[in-house]
Write a protein that binds this ligand. Structure first.
Ligand code: FES
Length: 142
């Protein structure tokens, strides 16, 4: 197949074969965010063990760039501590995919915000586990 002129091969590969799609039963945190630019929606499920993201799954009702960035984000955060995971920004995810066209950068924000939303849910359910993470403070419910 010819190379896509807009998207890197990594983006196309994650779009065609997204990793970690689905739901986690009895997830420790569930995040749900909408992208105000286009109306696309993402749901993210996390399982926390020993303060690490032991498992993560997502469902994205959105464009190809949103699916590819969600997929890459789940791969990057799996096995990380909460503190490490929160540092993974949408830019980190886009770089790991060898870039996104500027017009599609807003799509990568969905994955970052869904993770923050899922962590916020986890901290609400487990107040004793809450850690002060400056990046989380930006998050607003959709
Ligand atoms: Fe909506 Fe990409 S166009 S997330």
């Amino acid at each position: 197949m010819d190379k896509n002129p807009l998207y890197s091969e990594k983006v196309m590969e994650h779009f065609r074969n997204p990793r970690n799609v689905g739901e986690i039963e009895n997830a420790d945190g569930v995040g749900m965010v909408g992208n105000p630019t286009c109306g696309d929606v993402m749901q993210l499920f996390i399982k926390i063990e020993n303060d690490k993201i032991a498992d993560v799954k997502f469902k994205t009702f959105g464009c190809g760039a949103a699916i590819a960035t969600s997929s890459m984000m789940t791969e990057l955060v799996k096995g990380k501590t909460i503190e490490e995971a929160v540092k993974i920004s949408n830019k980190t995810v886009a770089e790991a995919l060898d870039g996104l066209p500027p017009i599609k950068m807003h799509c990568s924000v969905l994955a970052e915000e869904a993770l923050q939303s899922a962590l916020e849910d986890y901290f609400t359910k487990n107040p004793d586990k809450r850690i002060d993470l400056p990046r989380l403070k930006k998050h607003k419910e959709p």
